[in-house]
Structures are given as C-alpha cells and as structure tokens.
Design a protein around this ligand. Structure first.
Ligand code: ATP
Ligand code: MG
Length: 565
C-alpha cells in the first residue's frame, strides 16, 4: 500500500510540467509540436544534477512524440573546452538518450545574435557603456531602490554601432566596454535593469577561434538559442524563473509570429554529503582532493559510472525524487537504495574475502580438490550457476572469527560450527595467535564429510554461513572502499565556512591482498558483482590482467542509517 501511495505522489508532483505541456498540445500551440533541449555549458563534466534535467528534457520529448536537442551553451571561451564537450556527449549516451543529428552550439548563433544586438542598437534598445563592471553593478540599485542611469545611455545609434563594431574588431581592452540592453533601470526585477548583453573577450573560442572578440552573455544567448531552434518547452531549474521576464523581453523584440518558447522551471537536484556545482567540483579536481572528475567519490556521472552505478539506477532515483517547485536536498541514501535494488537483480554473486584469515581443514586430504556448485543469482534463475574450487585451505573474513565471542556470535569461534557456503560444515578446533600483536594468524578446523551442501545428509543445521575462497586458487586484488566525500550533510550550505573544511579524511580506504574466487580473474572493466555478505563491487579502470582492482559501489545495507539512529 505504501509503495502505491508513493508512486501516486510522484506522478502528481511530476505532472505540473506534463499538464502544462498537455494543455499547450490541446490548445494547438506551435502546430502541436513538442521540442525540448538539454543545454549544458561545456565548462565541466556532468553531475547527477544534470541527469535530472536530461531525463526530463529527453523524457518529455519522447513521451509526447517530440524531439530533444543537445545544445552546448558555449558563450564563455575562457572556461570552456572540447574535453568537456566530449565527456558530456559520452555521459548522455551512457544514460541512454539520443539527440540524433541535433547537436547544436550557441556559438553556431554568434552571427545571428550579433545581428540581433545590432538591431537592438538600431531600435534604440541597446547602448555601449564605457564604465567598468563594478561601477555598473553599483549603479544597479537594490530590489526596493531604482538603479542609476548610465551616463552613456544617451549615446546616438551611430555612435553605438561604431563602438560595438570596434569592440569586436579588438580595438578595446577586455572589461573596458560592454553592450547593454536598454530596458528599465527602475524595474523591480533586477535582471531587467539594463543587463549587459555583450562583453569583450580575447581568448580564442574552442569552435570559432579568433572570429569574435565580443561574446554574448548567457542571458542574451539562451532564450534566443531556444527560439532559433524552434524549442517549444524550455525546461530549466528554478533559479532561472527571475530571468524569464528578460528572456521574454528579448523574444518580444525578435519574434515575427506567434511562436515563442515557453520556459517552465523545476527544482534542482541536490544531494546530501556532496557538492553539486561544477565550479566546486573543478576545484576538488585541481586541488587534488580527488583523483579526477571520474573519482568514484564524485557526484559526476563519470564518477558514478566508475563507482559501479548503472544508468537505470540513476534514472530510477531521478524518478523517485520527482519534479517540484520546492528546493530541497535529496538524501544520498535514496540513491544508494536505487543502485542496490538494480544491482540486486543484475549482479552475479561471487565470493571475495577483503581481510583474509586462513583456515586449515586438518581432516580434508591435502591433495584433494573438488568443485562445488553455486547459484549466480537467486533473483534470476537464468543467470545459472558456477563451479567454485574447494580444498583444505580456505580464506575467511577476519571478522568472521573470534577467540572469545559474545553471545549470539554465530560465526566461527573455538568449538563452534559454521557452514562454508555451498561446501561443508566445519568446526573450529584451535588457532594460532601472534603473541606480540595478538593477531590471529591461522584457524584450525575439521570438516564433516556428510554435510556437503545439496546432498541428503546435509540436513544438519548450523546458525552461521560464511563466504570463503580457496587459499590455493584465490586471485589477489586491491579493493577500494569509499565513504562519503564530505562529513557534513550540506557542506556548501554553511555560512562563513568553506565547503572544503568538511572533506571526509576517511573517504577512501584501500585494501591490498584481498582474496577473490578465481572466476573473477577475467572480469572486465566496470563489470559488476555482489561480493556475498559484503556489497556490490565493480572492476575499476586501473585493473589489469596481473593486478585486479575493484571498487565498492555500495554495501549491502545502509550502515549510515544505523549509525545515525
Ligand atoms: P552548475 O551550477 O553545477 O555549474 P549549471 O547550471 O551551471 O550547473 P549547465 O551546464 O548550465 O550547468 O546546466 C545545464 C542544464 O542542467 C541547465 O538547464 C540546468 O538547469 C540543469 N542543471 C544543472 N544543475 C542541475 C541540478 N542540480 N538539478 C537539475 N538540473 C540541473
Ligand atoms: Mg549554468
């Protein structure tokens, strides 16, 4: 029942966008076309917040038989790079979306945008301002107090045309002049107070090279780009709501018929225990707090992919949080829940021992080996079973043995019996301890030959079942365990405190000498497994045929929830 209610709320919360679209369709707007776009700025790698915008824009287009463009908002050559363009395309494809041949760039429209700016100048609706940016911003006033008119506002059309041309010819220094739209310095909306629409930048652009010395501001490019592409529904995050009147004002000057893009805003995705801004993520990379954009602790799509997340789990999470008009921070444990649910269905079970302790079975012949049969996934019979080799020496997890266990410790301890999963019941007869360190070095057991799993006499019951790996057949691996990158729920929301102060010093733990079942020897990069009793793991890019490296995607249970209670 609870599930159903949740599903209903989700659909309701999501439907405000859908109902706008359906109403527009019913009214026959834009010839019944639905056309959306995803407009990233290529100044960083995509993060999971972007996935929310991607799922929405591509999702709405596909639901209503429309199209979704990919458009790079590349209006600032100083921060942008082809490396980012390539990674963005790779990540969108990985999520499973296709923009077909519609790959566009705001820079494709630099000519049209400049023509439009010249039109505005000719109509007396734009002027060149010679004041520096800080003076212009001081003159903007406050929301309750009108701004001050620029002393350059009265320039003639001819002078403005001449200056704008010379700005683009490279005659003036960066920052020495800007072009502003002439809107209303007394508007209660600060964005309408003669916004800057063009600035001088002399850095070459990754696509247009040195063709331009003036570049449109994001606000001057964005709405018009939608318009040039015939976008009908411009779905964007809430912070753009206050920009909407300005976008509308530009389109009013530009449009020739009834068509205009309709902007609808929704809430951003924010996650607990991380930061979600490309600027901050870039800082983490540059300052070496993570190993790169694809560090498995990063909330980037490439980081999540390397960590072992599936596209399905990310889409499922986006679906669970829904689209609303209210800003919130989403609990990362819901994302972890989504990946657990998905990997539970698709990840084969295997044995891996992270902190090995050798168990010697004294009554099992030293020269004997046998293969035991283990089911690959109890959730999916079609995944079949595999053979795992058993012999007289196996590794178990150090924490599965205790010299003097408390009550209810159903694992291995002197005199106690456990089942080695899929194999036999063993009994602990003794152990070897390092007198200096107190570390347990070996455990000695006997096995009961009558108890092989799946055979008649295996009715004998014991409370504990352990995973294990044959010591003589195990392959070694490095396993990387990740914890949250920050130890504060909202690291960037703390006034007067830099988010870096909350970096979790224990967010990465590297285990060497882990022992895995031999079937994992040939596992491919990003291949995913459930290490039984431990969690979901995937093969890292650093893994080679001679040195296996695994990442833990997520543990089997939400350990944080327990700690926090
Ligand atoms: P950031 O603030 O992380 O730098 P951005 O908004 O500057 O991101 P863009 O490349 O401009 O990054 O974003 C492309 C699209 O993705 C925009 O339409 C934006 O609204 C959307 N988007 C960005 N971040 C989020 C988020 N956290 N949740 C939902 N949508 C987002
Ligand atoms: Mg942006």
């Amino acid at each position: 029942m609870k599930e159903n209610n949740q599903t209903e709320t989700r659909n309701e919360s999501r439907s405000f966008i859908e109902s706008f679209i359906e109403k527009d369709l019913k009214e026959g707007k834009n010839d019944h076309r639905i056309h959306t776009r995803f407009p990233p700025e290529p100044n960083g790698y995509l993060h999971i917040g972007h996935a929310k915008a991607i799922c929405l824009n591509f999702g709405m287009a596909s639901k209503y038989g429309g199209k979704c463009n990919l458009r790079f908002d590349d209006t600032n050559p100083v921060k942008e790079d082809v490396e980012y363009v390539d990674s963005i395309k790779e990540d969108i494809r990985w999520l499973g979306f296709d923009w077909e041949e519609r790959e566009f760039y705001a820079s494709d429209y630099f000519g049209k945008l400049s023509d439009f700016a010249i039109d505005l100048i000719k109509k007396g609706l734009a002027y060149v301002d010679d004041q520096p940016a800080d003076v212009i911003s001081e003159q903007k006033g406050t929301p309750t107090q009108a701004g001050q008119e620029s002393p350059f506002k009265g320039r003639s059309v001819a002078e403005n045309l001449d200056l704008f041309k010379r700005m683009n010819d490279g005659e003036f220094d960066e920052g020495s002049r800007v072009l502003r739209a002439k809107v209303d310095m007394a508007s209660p909306n600060m964005h309408m107070r003669d916004p800057i629409i063009y600035r001088i930048i002399k850095t070459p652009h990754h696509r247009t090279g040195n063709a331009w010395m003036v570049y449109p501001m994001y606000d001057f490019a964005h709405g018009q780009s939608d318009y040039f592409e015939g976008v009908t529904h411009s779905l964007c995050t809430l912070e753009f709501e206050v920009h909407r009147p300005l976008y509308d004002w530009f389109i009013d000057q530009l449009k020739t018929d009834d068509y205009r893009p309709r902007q609808i805003e929704f809430n951003r995705l924010n996650l607990t225990y991380t930061v979600m801004s490309k600027r901050k993520l870039l800082e983490l990379v540059r300052e070496g707090n993570v190993t790169g954009w694809d560090d498995p602790r990063m909330p980037t799509l490439c980081g999540l992919r390397r960590r072992g997340y599936t596209p399905e789990s990310i889409k499922r999470f986006v679906d669970l949080i829904g689209y609303t008009k209210v800003e919130a921070i989403n609990d990362v444990s819901l994302l972890e829940h989504a990946v657990r649910e998905d990997l539970n269905l698709r990840a084969p079970r295997v044995f891996g021992v992270l902190n090995p302790l050798k168990v010697i079975i004294s009554n099992y012949p030293g020269d004997k080996v046998e293969d035991v049969d283990l089911i690959n996934n109890p959730e999916d019979e079609s995944m079949g079973s595999r053979k795992v080799t058993f012999c007289n020496e196996v590794f178990i997890e150090q924490e599965d043995f205790m010299e003097s266990p408390p009550n209810k410790f159903f694992r291995l301890a002197p005199g106690m019996e456990v089942r080695l999963k899929g194999a036999y019941i063993i009994k602990c007869e003794g152990f070897k301890k390092n007198e200096k360190t107190g570390a347990i070095e070996e455990v000695y057991c006997t096995y009961d030959p009558q108890t092989r799993s799946g055979e008649h006499a295996s009715e004998k019951k014991v409370k504990g079942t352990l995973h294990w790996v044959s010591a003589r057949h195990a392959v070694e691996a490095e396993v990387r365990l990740y914890d949250r990158l920050f130890n504060h729920e909202d690291p960037s929301g703390q006034k007067d405190e830099d988010y870096r102060k909350f970096l979790n010093p224990d967010s990465l733990k590297i285990l060497k000498g882990c022992k895995l079942e031999p079937s994992l020897k040939s596992a491919k990069h990003l291949e995913k497994f459930q290490f039984q009793r431990l969690g979901y793991f995937c093969v890292d890019y650093d893994s080679t045929a001679t040195k296996l490296v695994f990442n833990r995607t997520v543990s089997l249970k939400d350990t944080w929830a327990k700690i926090n209670k």
